[in-house]
Design a protein around this ligand. Structure first.
Ligand SMILES: [Mn+2]
Length: 457
């Protein structure tokens, strides 16, 4: 059954691929619109690389979210083919009205709107495949260009870049599943992807060890993640100098560290996905996704795209500076959560902040706050950030609660609509924008909906 679903999805993607091919042959500049997170940037990168290799042309715009007014403006542009990646499914009704050809390569929840003949909708949900864990936006984009190019020149070497997107959307919590497994297979076969077991701490070649520990978000290290001082103390207690880089440790020290870290979180040792021939800072696909994420969060999406297109050197230095800034913010955010905790309701919890810096990372810190044990994992967390007259909501929950019936995408979509906002996403992670004055009503409604979801599962 699963196989059949995947087959139908691949067939749909191949129809999209033929459409891309046709427009490249006609020398049309292909208009790409994608999301500003690591998944969206990888998605645009996958598409752009494929088109470039076929000597085609493209024009990319990266958006923080696709608003109806964005779609209306885009509809007026004079292109023959638009590709929306990691977004678009929620705006299908408006996109159906485009005069030009359109491909939507998305993995967010979608309603039952059918697509017109000139709109090819590539989305795992349409085929009964879970887009929150089995395929990312970059994965949908990959399927869309996978068969481009003749024989040997097909685009399967781009599978690792598509998996960078899957890491960005946290789809490798317990290994890759579903269509992502196909991408892993093709990455190994055509994209120099290698998998080996290792400690999953970040920046091993680049940062002093205490920072590698404190900046490791996934999997989180309870007590250490987000806390530089605790990380320093932890190493000193083991008799390891905190300023040494992981790669400079003696083998016995590496083993001792591994044993201690496994006590904090067994998942810290596991499969690492890497492309060894890649620049050492981008070699590990998960770290690559963090670097793209920093570009997106700091509004340097052009930089992120150039990296996916192969720019190295100065581009990577610039991105690393952004990453440093981003990590400082995260550390501050984690300190704040540690100090303030969350506000409890019966079935959800929320954090609220008006601070300019913390506002942009509320979603991330609520997720890491939960996985590192600072916040209770028994209730979904809504992170609320004030934006003028609106509140931006990022919701996160655990696979365990999803299995018990929680669907944040649906809860945030329906509740935000009731108060003149908009929202949606995945069962496990979703977002919304609502008027500030309705915040309390909104929270109450989400609380009720989550209660209902739990009771009716
Ligand atoms: Mn995505």
């Amino acid at each position: 059954m699963t196989h059949k679903k995947q087959h139908s999805l691949l067939n749909r993607a191949n129809v999209a691929c033929d459409m891309v091919s046709k427009h490249i042959k006609e020398d049309h500049v292909i208009r790409i619109i994608s999301h500003n997170d690591a998944d969206g940037l990888s998605a645009a990168g996958v598409l752009a690389n494929a088109i470039k290799e076929e000597n085609g042309q493209f024009h990319i715009s990266i958006l923080p979210r696709l608003k109806p007014e964005n779609v209306r403006e885009l509809a007026k542009e004079e292109y023959n083919l638009f590709i929306f990646s990691d977004m678009g499914s929620a705006c299908l009704e408006l996109i159906n009205r485009f005069k030009a050809d359109v491909i939507i390569a998305d993995h967010h929840q979608t309603n039952d709107t059918g697509s017109e003949d000139h709109v090819i909708h590539v989305n795992p949900h349409i085929f009964g495949i879970d887009g929150s864990k089995d395929l990312s936006g970059a994965g949908s984009a990959y399927l869309t260009i996978r068969e481009l190019g003749e024989g040997e020149n097909n685009k399967k070497h781009l599978a690792p870049l598509a998996l960078v997107g899957a890491f960005g959307d946290m789809q490798c919590q317990e290994g890759f599943t579903g269509v992502n497994e196909l991408l892993v297979k093709e990455g190994e076969e055509f994209g120099s992807l290698e998998i080996h077991e290792d400690l999953k701490i970040v920046s091993k070649t680049q940062e002093p060890l205490y920072k590698s520990l404190a900046y490791t978000l996934n999997p989180a290290l309870p007590g250490l993640t987000g806390d530089l001082e605790e990380s320093m103390g932890f190493l000193e207690k083991m008799g390891i100098f905190h300023g040494i880089k992981f790669t400079d440790l003696e083998d016995e020290e590496k083993d001792a560290l591994k044993d201690e870290l496994i006590k904090l979180n067994p998942d810290i040792f596991g499969d690492v996905y890497s492309v060894p021939k890649e620049n050492h800072l981008l070699r590990d696909l998960e770290e690559y996704s963090y670097i793209l994420d920093s570009c997106g969060k700091n509004k340097k999406t052009g930089l992120g795209i150039s990296i996916t297109l192969g720019e190295r050197g100065d581009a990577i230095d610039a991105a690393l500076n952004l990453q440093k800034k981003y990590r400082d913010q995260l550390t501050k955010g984690m300190e704040w959560i540690k100090r303030e905790g969350s506000n409890q309701m019966d079935f959800i919890q929320y954090i609220y902040n008006e601070d300019k810096v913390l506002k942009s990372i509320m979603g991330t810190i609520s997720g890491v706050g939960t996985s590192s044990g600072l916040l209770n994992a028994d209730k979904p967390v809504l992170a609320m950030a004030r934006m003028h007259n609106d509140v931006k909501v990022s919701g996160r929950t655990t696979r365990k609660l999803v299995d018990k019936g929680v669907d944040l995408g649906k809860a945030l979509h329906d509740s935000s609509l009731s108060f003149g906002g908009q929202g949606g996403g995945h069962d496990i992670a979703a977002g919304a924008m609502i008027p500030y004055k309705e915040m309390e009503n909104f929270l109450n409604l989400v609380n009720d909906m989550v209660e209902h979801q739990l009771n009716n599962n």
